[in-house]
Design a protein around this ligand. Sequence first.
Ligand code: GDD
Ligand code: GTP
Length: 428
Amino acid sequence: TTKAVVLVGGSSRGTRFRPLSLDVPKPLFDVAGHPILWHCLAALQKVPSIHEVYLIGYYDESVFRDFIKDAASEFPNLSIKYLREYQALGTAGGLYHFRDAILKGRPERLFVLNSDVCCSFPLNEMLKMFTEKDAEAVILGTRVSEEAASNFGCIVSDNHTRRVLHYVEKPEGHISNLINCGVYLFSTDAIFPSIRSAIKRRTDRPSRLMSYPSSDNLMESSFVEYDNDDETEKNEVIRLEQDILSDMADSKQFFVYETKDFWRQIKTAGSAVPANALYLQQAWQNGSTQLAPAGPNIIQPVFIHPTAHVDPSAKLGPNVSIGPRATVGAGARIKESIVLEDAEIKHDACVLYSIIGWNSRVGSWSRVEGSPTPVANHSTTIVKNGVKVQSITILGKECGVGDEVRVQNCICLPFKELKRDVANEVIM
Ligand code: GDD
Ligand code: GTP
């Protein structure tokens, strides 16, 4: 059988997701009508051999309780459990810490998913490659622009065999534009011994790291960086990317499955807007019945929660999600945006490329707008007159925008009242 782990992180992470993560842990933030994490489970459910999924993180136990309860009834063939790390153990540390639970029932394979990515999760395709290649590890890869690549793990592979030859996490220079999507499939016989040898390497290493005898500069620099880490964390934290993957490229049957489908990272709050768009488009292509019914003022794909109220003269879409109990008044225009629970968009307001926080009010004839995010650079900032600005406008929870006020490319912290026009600002 196959099991799966979703790495959900913890409350010290997701800081770039502020102000939205102030009110809800990032994995539970709704895009396209469902929590980010739900989309991972929906993909795992499509793999017939998976019955058990562990969410590993260091959030409080209570955080995922309701979500897991709902998911259990929605995904009846998955048993979902939350395993809590007592502190951040790194992307491989949690796997190792909970190895007994994971290995119970002797699964042969283990999927590991970063929760903060938005993608089509071609897990069955990865599984097929895994079997065909008799692999010990398969990583999901995608091509990005050369400028963007160094923000991710970079993979050098054999074009013909798809074998991973080198792996370097966030390299300083350009190595490859094939990057790590944060989705892996490991043989359980390979991953746990690999983590164990990484731990052993660490303990055996002389404490004066600067003299670490390595011919491989890249390896060395990642170890040196480690030395700067907090003493208490040092022994426990193990990172899949830095401590395991490059080693696997040298010693294991490690392959890359390159996806041509959509893939995006969800780091900044603004990145929820492209993620929302991509998941809505996927739902639209799959003929999902959860999308809004067709109408003269609906440009698909649009999701409207059944408890929301949208005036029929409001024009919505494409790529709009309207949350529970939100209201949208007559003549409003909303496009490429997320309107969260209990928010109110008054008549003739215009909301473009924005996120409207829980309980926020957007006045009549106002404009709340961001700018389209460039697809190729995988970032949510744009350069305007030579300065970097936020491309997506975000209103935190319970903000108010006055009638006829224009808010452009701003991040607005919770509980703010905007009475005058603002542009390119963080409103605190
Ligand atoms: N349980 C647990 N414990 N989860 C963690 C921890 C930890 O200590 N640290 C990070 N995570 C989770 C995060 O919540 C996220 O889902 C995932 O692990 C990776 O997060 P980061 O460590 O912040 O890495 P990154 O997102 O900057 O880069 C990773 O993902 C990229 C793709 O999105 C790397 O794997 C890159 O190589 C990759 O390109
Ligand atoms: P359509 O022919 O309706 O598609 O209009 P369009 O192509 O000009 O633009 P779209 O419908 O995509 O709507 C976005 C534009 O609507 C914005 O750029 C605004 O200029 C305009 N708009 C601004 N305020 C309002 C408003 O209060 N109501 C409506 N309906 N539109 C507004």
